[in-house]
Write a protein that binds this ligand. Structure first.
Ligand code: CA
Length: 229
């Protein structure tokens, strides 16, 4: 049976969601505070998380970020304000879906089912799960060494793949070209740090919608590059 965790401090809403989901055959647990919710989301095996934005102790932004650092399970974020939904979309913190309150419980159930089946297709039934990094439409399958943008595969050379993966795995940190060169080209003596610039350019051409306004790898002028989360 699929297990769903609802992290929601408004008990009436949580109970309503729970009732509908249980009627559809899911096993549902509710947590009403952010700190306990995130703890359980990270340490127990849930198939999907329904996450309210405004929560006591730890808010939904933070919880979603922390889940994404460790898990690829679907996260559906819920908020009372349309503005908040736009904001969290913009932040690209990795939620799979967003719902504005009030919503109909049957719509929630439909979305839960859609995300669960999508996720199952992704991991394949019974197959060993590939190690995948997913950030705002960019999907790096580390196991298969394949890269997708909005489900469209992009062909990467070995070094381009290594460089993108290294940056994506260490987001929100600035690396100098020297550091990246050492990291990716370590034992090879051919080439110099200009190679890094060339590879960044090629990666951007493949993953960015607009290469002059990169959404993934930012240039920090005079310092280096940073993967944006
Ligand atoms: Ca709330």
């Amino acid at each position: 049976m699929k297990r769903i965790l609802i992290i929601e401090d408004e008990l009436a809403i949580a109970e309503l969601e729970k009732d509908y989901l249980e009627l559809s055959g899911f096993q549902v647990e509710v947590e009403t505070t952010g700190d306990v919710g995130v703890e359980r989301a990270l340490n127990e095996d849930f198939n999907l998380i329904i996450l309210d934005l405004m929560l006591p102790n730890v808010d939904g932004f933070e919880i979603c970020k922390r889940i994404r650092e460790e898990k690829n399970i679907p996260v559906i974020m819920v908020s009372a304000k349309r503005d908040d939904i736009d904001k969290i979309r913009g932040l690209g913190i990795g939620a799979d879906d967003y719902i504005t309150k009030p919503f109909s419980p049957s719509e929630l159930v439909a979305r839960v089912k859609a995300h669960l089946s999508r996720y199952e297709r992704l991991i394949g039934s019974g197959q060993k799960l590939n190690e995948v990094i997913e950030i705002r439409g960019l999907k790096i399958d580390k196991t298969a060494r394949r890269v997708f943008i909005n489900d469209e595969e992009k062909i990467f050379t070995t070094k381009e793949f290594d460089l993108l993966t290294f940056l994506a795995q260490n987001p929100n940190r600035v690396y100098t070209k020297e550091e990246l060169f050492r990291e990716i080209w370590d034992m090879e003596s051919i080439g110099d740090i200009a190679t890094v610039t060339v590879h960044i350019k090629k990666i951007r051409e493949k993953v960015e919608y607009n290469t002059s306004k990169p959404q993934y790898i930012e240039t920090i002028w005079g310092v280096g590059y940073r993967f944006k989360v």
